[in-house]
Design a protein around this ligand. Sequence first.
Ligand SMILES: [Zn+2]
Length: 483
Amino acid sequence: MQVRKVLTFLLAVVGLGLAASCATSPRMVWGDLAPHVQPALAKVDLDRLDQELVAWLGDYLRTDTTNPPGNETRGAELLATVLAQNGIGSQILEFAPGRGSLVARVRGTGKLPPLCLLSHIDVVTANAQQWPRDRGPLSGAVHEGEIWGRGALDMKSMGILELAVLVAVKRSGVALDRDLVLLAVADEEVDNRGIKHLVADHWDKIGCSHLVNEGGLGVRGALRADQTVFAISTAEKGLLWVKMTARGKSGHGSTPMPDRAPDRLLDALQRLRAKVAPVSFHPSLYATLGEVGAHLGGVQGYVLQRPALVEWLALDTLLAEPGSKAMLTNTIAVTGFFGAEQPNVVPDAVSAQLDCRLLPGTEPRAFLYELQKTVADPQVEFQVLHEAPASESPPDDPLFLALGRHAVIGRSDAVAGPLLSVGFTDSLWVRQKGVRAYGFVPVEVSREIAATFHGANERVPIAAVQRGMRVLLGAVVDFAAHR
Ligand SMILES: [Zn+2]
């Protein structure tokens, strides 16, 4: 009897502990459509826009804005032409000859601050040899319902979606409480000079409180084949780019001596690599895993909805996958070596370049101090090349909620949630102006197509772009239309 009592007591304690530690993640509440939304959307001729979108995107993809060198003014002029044909004025602002960004505006009542729709005009380089001959990076070719070209995902399709939203609002006469500002900027892929130029010298023409940019998108089959996850980026990791230089005596390569610069550098790198990065779960990860879990159901779904169980049962899996590991830890990537030229000469200085990406809460200078402490060698010095702390916008914002609401409306097979992006975008600079920026290209693609970002065979299904236009238009009207 006594033993049974003790056992019952122990079970009760364990049960209580488990119950307490197994609290579920709060569910996203996307909310219902406000009464002003449907009547406003009903004024838009979507069928006409569906056709025009494809033609505009094809022309945009065929306009070479590969960066370097950029030549973004060409792309800006193409957008300006379509805007002008629809009675929308725009300005092209260059930070250097041929390096233009476009600013266009559809006016609202001015009751509320403007909403910006941002995209970048430039695209990364592409090796045409790796693409099919009739569907190259500058082809804008349509093949089996998909449109091909560098920028199809990153991010000319979004640029055209945003353009279409301005055109739709202008044509339909939907009344807005916020100005709608289209920003198509230069140089996102290399040095962000386009957005820096606009923020520093032309903010008076923009002045928005909210902004939609790249960041997340919809991926079909991310976890299960019949589920689509729309991820909306609310936060971006910070960065610290450093050059780490080791010094020592120079000499002949035939006689390895201790403590020479290359060996010091190797030792330093080894210490950094051996360091175990602490894990930190950003709230966005729990929120989105919770949404995915609630939709999946079953044992997997039960676990995903419970932060304590995710940490207990799924942490190893998450850390084994580089993409999710980067969301959970500060990372250090070695991206270059300098200083060793001749095979038989030991140089007196060699350097490695490090790309460190930092979770919200880790300041770049604090991380630099950690690097120095870990290396613990006075002969190794650190030079900061570039630094920026993580940036975030709150997920309980009406624009964020409108984006999520319209992504999943009428979709029993889709969920949406916030995302911590491991890279940074132009949102970094607008957030410094106090803007709430959300990264969401509302286009839904397979995992296979999502993997063509910056790679060969970049393409996007036309139907996904057409649906994406409805999602973005719906969210913009929901958030900005007069009520
Ligand atoms: Zn991009």
